[in-house]
Ligand binder design. Structure first.
Ligand code: ZN
Length: 459
């Protein structure tokens, strides 16, 4: 299986060839930890988790080094800490834990490294000193700035011409920087703000330098894959390239990957519109983590995705069908097989999840139609192997259906199913039929098998 990925740098889909197949490196810009992650924050976490799983399968689990950071120093964090009257680490520790719990509920595996910016300030200071020494950056009273004019390559990722940048850039009250498009590597500290001592004056790092320093410290000067949301191409990733490539004279990443943005009922998600939904709210509404994951993977990662309750309902119905097949084959031992080639090929083709989900749907049809024991075992094995790569079907089927109804409703269903079993045992067929109809009205289908009766959501 050859993996092909669309590279934002070249605007082309290219075969993926790591520099060293025994050490495949990937970095994805992580979360700024000051509030609950919303569903748009979860998209890159899930998309690059899927790629992480693919790479681990192709190159061995231990060969893939995946780093995703926590930005734990930032204006918004400082403001949140001041409002709460606590130090910033109280805020960042709390929300880093919440972030991991929330994306963990979506089946996102822990990356190999989860560096925190504040643990790498020494690396950032060293990198800034290097840039100043070679004339790529300069120190003024408000901080240290990267000199965009000193970097002939600047703009190559976002394909913006320098002249456009200079004309269009906003001056953000930093009137001592030399050019409007120069960006801050270091911000001189304001009284009371968190600050670190540095040869160029006490202060704190800018956002872009954090990633450049953490990538070099954790993975190396050149990495195989750098990912993030499409909104990070400019200025964040452009600035990461400018800093790292000026300092190390080597490409920062061979492949740049960007996921499309998420809209909410066809509108851009924004605080002012008030249409932001957090992962935690969705979980509290009763949506299961796998349903949210499946919904996020239902569209191609590069395309925009419109989030809605209908999308979640479709994802739940799709997973119900997968779990329904497992429930039907619950007494069959799955064969130990690899994920089918057509399914893997779909994912290897730039993570084409819509095509991969169509392949899984065909596997479910196979599983449902399998009659002989060996066919059933093979079909169940193939379905589970494919699902494992997608990060779903991790629940017992009965647990899945219980959870999707909620425990209270599930207990009521259990009672009706048990009453129906009792009616059948005493051959009271009229009562058994009445109970089956009552269950059907609740959207429940009873499945009678050799090892008893089970139930699932009616398809
Ligand atoms: Zn970054």
């Amino acid at each position: 299986m050859e993996i092909a990925l669309t590279n934002t740098l070249t605007r082309r889909k290219e075969p993926f060839v790591p520099a060293d197949p025994k050490r495949v490196t990937m970095y994805v810009c992580g979360s700024t930890v000051y509030n609950h992650p919303h569903i748009g924050n979860a998209r890159p976490a899930v998309v690059f988790d899927l790629l992480f799983r693919m790479l681990r399968q192709k190159y061995d689990a231990d060969a893939v080094l995946y780093a995703s950071n926590y930005t734990d120093i930032d204006d918004k964090i400082i403001r949140a800490a001041a409002e709460a009257g606590v130090s910033i680490d109280v805020i960042t520790n709390k929300f880093a834990r919440i972030y991991r719990e929330d994306v963990g509920a979506l089946g996102v595996l822990a990356p190999t490294f989860e560096p925190r910016a504040t643990a790498h300030v020494g690396d950032m200071i060293a990198l800034i000193e290097k840039l100043i020494a070679q004339g790529s950056a300069y120190a003024v009273p408000s901080g240290v700035y990267f000199s965009v004019a000193a970097d002939a390559d600047y703009g190559k990722l976002s394909r913006r011409a320098q002249e456009d940048l200079q004309a269009g850039a906003r001056v953000e009250g930093e009137d001592d920087k030399r050019h409007p498009s120069d960006f801050a590597l270091w911000k001189a500290s304001k009284p009371g703000d968190p600050s670190w001592d540095a040869p160029f004056g006490a202060g704190r790092p800018g956002w872009h330098i954090e990633c450049s320093a953490m990538i070099a410290a954790q993975l190396g000067e050149t990495i195989d894959i750098h990912g993030g949301g499409l909104d990070l191409v400019f200025p964040h990733h452009e600035n990461e390239i400018a800093q790292s490539e000026s300092a190390y004279h080597a490409p920062l990443a061979r492949v740049w990957m960007h996921n499309g943005m998420l809209t909410m009922d066809k509108e851009k998600m924004s605080k002012s519109i008030g249409n932001i939904v957090t992962v935690r709210e969705l979980l509290e509404q009763g949506w299961q983590g796998e349903t949210i994951r499946w919904a996020l993977l239902s569209g191609h990662y590069r395309a925009p995705l419109d989030w809605s309750d209908d999308l979640l309902k479709q994802a739940q119905a799709s997973l119900d069908r997968l779990y329904g097949a497992l429930l039907r084959l619950k007494d069959v031992e799955a064969a130990d097989v690899e994920a089918p080639a057509a399914f893997v090929a779909a994912l290897a083709d730039d993570l084409n999840t819509p095509a991969a989900i169509a392949e899984i749907s065909a596997l479910v049809t196979n599983a449902n139609n399998a009659k002989k024991a060996a066919e059933q075992a093979a079909a169940k094995g193939a379905l589970l192997a494919a699902a494992n790569l997608m990060g779903v079907l991790t629940e017992e089927p009965s647990t899945w259906f219980r959870a999707s109804f909620g425990e209270h409703a599930a207990l009521a269903i259990d009672t009706l199913v048990a009453e129906r079993v009792a009616a059948r045992n005493r051959k009271d067929w009229a009562e058994a039929d009445r109970l089956r109809d009552a269950l059907a009205e609740k959207g429940v289908e009873v499945m009678d098998g050799p090892s008893g009766s089970t139930w699932r959501r009616k398809g």
